[in-house]
Ligand binder design. Structure first.
Ligand SMILES: Cc1cc2nc3c(=O)[nH]c(=O)nc-3n(C[C@H](O)[C@H](O)[C@H](O)COP(=O)(O)OP(=O)(O)OC[C@H]3O[C@@H](n4cnc5c(N)ncnc54)[C@H](O)[C@@H]3O)c2cc1C
Length: 492
């Protein structure tokens, strides 16, 4: 590393996986003037490992490592001995070895569905979604939203003639919303094929430190004082000619809400797409180019929330992995989703968007409910006690079991978190996946160089990854990508 690059000043905005990975890569490459500005007191962003109930962790944000092969976070966790073995994993679920956990599906009237019936529909659903994920859709389906494609395909199946099976199919769609962070009628069927699911499935056997333990590895790589917490960036002035007379002349000025001003050579912006949607028009001076603003507007950023219910005792059977709720008419039914006449009627039945309640690793008496989209955003406005009470009523009426009152409730409110504004990115119907690339492109754009200094503003974060958007490894890899862009620049 030469003196020029050692003295180069780099500011990273945001201390989520993308920001921490970028800073750690730069420090490792020998850059000595790297600062991370983080708006919150807490680092980690959408990774939020907590201990609200007992000494065991709860993940309010990311929980799974998606895939093993080629997943740098899986690799890091493995190298650092942060994964637990399969036997320990079954203990973590508080199960004896002999018990294979399974989901219990209940209908609105309290009828329990047989595993065979559920499996038949779920395997058809998974065959249909795999076709989309593997880019094997017929042309007539490629132009549809994911929801419409699934409806059209299901209608051609003999299962569509049965009422129970049709209701289970609606449940499958609602459950898929958790992965897409949006109604399936908003999501593009064709572009989803660009998302790459890494081999190895969901890996949920992080040790007792959870995701925080992986963050800690990155934090250890940073010299003390690298992260300035409670330091929200208000605006970024780039392409400035600076003070020509000054010996040190940096083209970027980062202005913080606390009035701190930092002059720098490069800034890597890792704030979520949700924050960019709200602030991009006022945050940058000069304004961002149209291609970037279009990408920010066109890509979708949806909300997924978790509802943790802590009970004084377990009331579900030992082999129960989750209690799933199959409504007679669910909110992912297209007729209901798109009904304009009763604009706010869905707010009265927001709880119908809860897919079900899953058991939680290391917590034998805790259930976790999932809710997405506009219903999640509405739920976030309600009191915890009201949400908890509604969930208990649902559990009682669907299962008929003796369900005690809930002792403690913990709700995520990602949609109303001012520094996140949602949960993760999706590619809407009629939008091209190339928008991820437009979002990732550094400024000034190629055509503006050579008058301007190169690579002044760089962009990372899960939304900027074409193939791994929505994930922690996508965020991590995007941070490494932008660090590498600077490392390459100074290696010439
Ligand atoms: C409920 C939920 C469940 C999830 N489950 C999984 C999962 O199981 N597996 C998986 O792989 N992924 C999951 N994800 C997604 C994953 O958490 C994210 O993709 C990833 O953590 C995003 O990291 P990031 O660095 O891109 O953004 P963020 O984590 O959002 O980091 C951005 C940082 O920027 C800060 N910031 C914002 N504005 C400013 C500003 N003006 N100035 C300074 N700092 C600012 C924020 O406070 C934040 O710390 C989940 C997310 C949610 C919400």
């Amino acid at each position: 590393m030469n003196t020029v690059s050692r003295d180069t000043k780099i500011v990273v905005v945001g201390a989520g996986f993308a920001g921490l990975a970028a800073a750690a890569s730069l420090v490792q490459a020998g850059f000595q003037n790297v600062k991370i500005l983080e708006a919150k007191e807490r680092v980690g962003g959408r990774v939020c490992t907590m201990k609200p109930f007992t000494e065991n962790i709860i993940e309010l944000g990311a929980n799974w490592i998606h895939g093993q092969e080629g997943n740098p976070l899986y690799q890091l966790a493995k190298e650092q001995d942060l994964l637990v073995e399969a036997i320990a994993a079954s203990k973590m679920m508080c199960l004896p070895h002999s018990v294979t956990p399974r989901d219990y599906f209940f209908m609105e009237g309290g009828k329990q569905l047989s595993t065979n019936t559920v499996d038949r529909v779920c395997s058809l659903f998974s065959k249909l979604t795999s076709k989309a994920f593997e880019s094997e859709l017929e042309d007539k389906h490629r132009v549809l939203s994911l929801g419409d494609y699934l409806d059209v395909s299901f209608a051609e199946s003999p299962l569509a003639t049965s009422e129970d099976e049709s209701k289970i199919f609606e449940w499958c769609k609602r459950s898929e919303c958790t992965d897409e962070a949006a109604s399936l009628y908003e999501v593009s069927a064709s572009q989803i094929g660009y998302y790459i699911a890494l081999e190895g499935g969901f890996f949920n056997s992080l040790g007792p430190g959870g995701y925080q333990a992986i963050l800690d590895i990155l934090l250890k790589a940073l010299p003390s004082g690298t992260i300035l917490r409670n330091t929200e960036v208000k605006s970024i002035q780039w392409d400035s000619k600076g003070d020509e007379g000054k010996e040190e002349n940096h083209p970027v000025r980062v202005i913080c809400e606390n009035d701190q001003i930092i002059e720098t050579d490069h800034v890597i912006v890792t704030v979520s797409l949700g924050v960019l949607k709200q602030k991009a028009r006022t945050m940058f001076e000069p304004a961002l180019p149209k291609s970037k603003l279009d990408a920010i507007e066109r890509l979708g950023f949806g909300t997924v929330d978790k509802i943790f219910l802590y009970f004084s005792e377990r009331f579900w059977p030992e082999d129960c992995a989750g209690i799933q709720l199959v409504w007679d008419k669910g909110p992912e039914d297209k007729a209901i989703y798109s009904r304009q006449d009763e604009e706010d009627a869905w707010k009265e039945t927001w709880f119908k968007k809860i897919c079900g309640f899953d058991t939680v690793a290391r917590h034998p008496t805790v259930l976790c409910g999932w809710i997405t989209g506009r219903e999640a955003l509405h739920m976030e406005t309600l009191q915890d006690s009201e949400i908890g009470g509604t969930c208990v009523r649902l559990l009682r009426s669907f299962t008929g079991w003796s369900v005690p009152d809930v002792s403690q409730v913990l709700i995520s409110r990602w949609g109303h978190d001012p520094h996140v504004q949602g949960s993760y990115t999706f590619v809407p119907h009629c939008v091209n996946v190339k928008e991820h690339e437009a979002l990732a492109a550094p400024l000034p754009s190629f055509s503006q160089v050579p008058e301007s200094k190169p690579l002044q503003v760089l962009f990372a974060g899960e939304a900027t990854h074409v193939n791994f958007y929505t994930t922690t490894h996508g965020a991590y890899l995007s941070g490494v990508r932008e660090a590498q862009r600077l490392i390459n620049h100074y290696s010439h």
